[in-house]
Each structure stands twice: as C-alpha cells, then as structure tokens.
Design a protein. Structure first.
Length: 219
C-alpha cells in the first residue's frame, strides 16, 4: 500500500487539487485520495486537520505533509525521479519551471472572471480586457513551448509533465467559457482532454452532488 495520501476538494471546482492529482495519475504514482467538500459545514475544521494552510491540496507521505500544488509536484519529482515529471534537458526544464511558476502565481483576472466549473457552459462570458490579456499570454506560452520543446509528444515539452498539470485547469476553463482555440493550441487542448486521467476527473466532477453557489452565478 502506498504511503501517499492526497487531500483534494470538489473536483468540479478545485483547480488547485486537479494539478497534483493529474500529475500523480499520469506518472502512475500510487496514492490514496481524501476528498473534502469545500465551503461545507465542518469543512474548515476537517481541512485544518489535514493541511497546515487549511487549504487543498495537501500531500501526506507518512509523517511528512506537503501543501501547495507546485510544492507537491516538486516533491514528487524528487521522490520519483524516474517518472521524469520535469524535462531532462536543462533548457527545457528551466522553461517548464518558469511557465509553471507563472501559472502558479499569475493570471488573476482569468481566475476571477473564469472560475473553474466543469459542469457549466458559459460561452462568451468572463471576457474583460485583463482576462483576454491573460488568455493571450497563455496561448503564447503554449505556442512557444510546443514550437521549441514539444517534439516527440503531444504536450508542452513532448511528454506529459508538471507544466501540463499546471495548465490542466486552464484547458477546462477554456472549454467551459468556449474560448476559441486554433492550430497548435487546439491540438494541445484536445490532447489534454483526451487523457484518461482528465476524463476520469471530469466524469467524477459531473457526478458530484455539491453546489458552491458563489461559483454557480452566471453573468
């Protein structure tokens, strides 16, 4: 039995939970999952017992706890180096870390205007000058990574890795809000959506009973 336990929130809404979960599934790393519905009675106390930050995700490896999506992915890379979650090439690896950190820290307008809601379909919504600028920057990242490092696979750096896990919720947001994708961006999004682990996450999200009203309000 694996010593790893990943604590996640609702699959329909929790973009941060998706990132390490997808990385672990794609890398075939065994782990148990604990799902804590967010914004529910008692959820804050339950999360505090699992995560020092009181937020998801959190990874438990025996007595060790790691919280924050990118920190978990970095830990997994160190714990399972044979899974090659970062590219082997130094230039590709530095770029992958840069775009992952940019995704982790930035794109506030996109997050605010286009919150993750896998079940919803909101074509044309969420467009502000700032969110459109975020979309354009993301598409530029995808195009650059695919052109420079994407040979040999369908993902940003060829084979699936942490950078793809970091952008996975964006692919789902683009589907919810019907963001037009063309060429390499469309092919990349289609490859991400076709991953068995992504399909599993989406299917589970659709079946969840919880509704978080603040993420269900249409414009």
């Amino acid at each position: 039995m694996s010593s790893l336990t990943l604590v996640i929130g609702n699959k329909n809404y929790s973009s941060w939970s998706l990132r390490p979960w997808l990385a672990m599934r794609q890398a075939d790393i065994p782990f148990a999952t604990v799902r804590v519905p967010l914004y529910a009675p008692g959820s804050a106390a339950e999360l505090a017992a699992w995560s020092p930050s009181g937020k998801v995700p959190a990874l438990h490896d025996g007595e060790l706890r790691v919280w924050d999506s990118l920190a978990i992915c970095e830990y997994l890379h160190e714990r399972f180096p044979d899974r090659q979650l970062w590219p082997a090439d130094a230039a590709a690896r530095a770029t992958a870390r840069s775009v992952s950190a940019e995704m982790h820290a930035g794109f506030g307008a996109l997050r605010e205007q286009m919150s993750m809601n896998i079940r919803a379909r909101r074509p044309g919504q969420g467009r502000t000058a700032a969110s459109v600028a975020d979309i354009e920057r993301i598409l530029a990242i995808w195009a650059d990574c695919r052109a420079r490092f994407g040979r040999g696979g369908d993902f940003l750096f060829g084979r699936f890795g942490i950078a793809d896990a970091m952008f996975a919720p964006v692919v789902l947001r683009f589907q919810t809000y019907d963001v037009t994708l063309q060429g390499a961006a469309r092919e990349y999004a289609e490859a991400m959506l076709a991953l068995p682990a992504m399909r599993e996450w989406v299917a589970d999200a659709v079946l969840e009973a919880e509704r978080i009203e603040q993420f269900e309000r249409d414009e």
